[in-house]
Design a protein around this ligand. Sequence first.
Ligand SMILES: [Zn+2]
Length: 138
Amino acid sequence: MSDLRFDPETRRRNMSAIRSKGSAIEMQVRRALHRAGFRYRLHRRDLPGRPDITLPKYRLAVFVDGCFWHGHDCIQGHTPRTNTSYWGPKIERNMERDRVNRKALEGAGWQVVVVRECTVGADIAGLVSALQAQRSRT
Ligand SMILES: [Zn+2]
């Protein structure tokens, strides 16, 4: 079935629903960091890719990635299959931008962590425990 069954308005609403789901994940990460007592900054424009969350003290940048927008190789990253000719190139560009930005950050001495929609619980737990381990060493 083609995606023509979606008028532009419906598609716009669907896509904004996906975007706000992304920011809901970001809120989960922020709450977990805050609860564990870590200080962070949001969406720093002076860093490549404008990381969603940065912890300057640990020189750590966190990206919260929706699987669809960032072309993750998982079930959620593969929807919608129906209109790949429309979304494919956009998502390819996102993935290329992600690669370039993350390499630039690492080149500047930042650790880069990606929290993904499909593994959000485990990713947050891993992030917090890695930070706690670093904090206990300092
Ligand atoms: Zn995924």
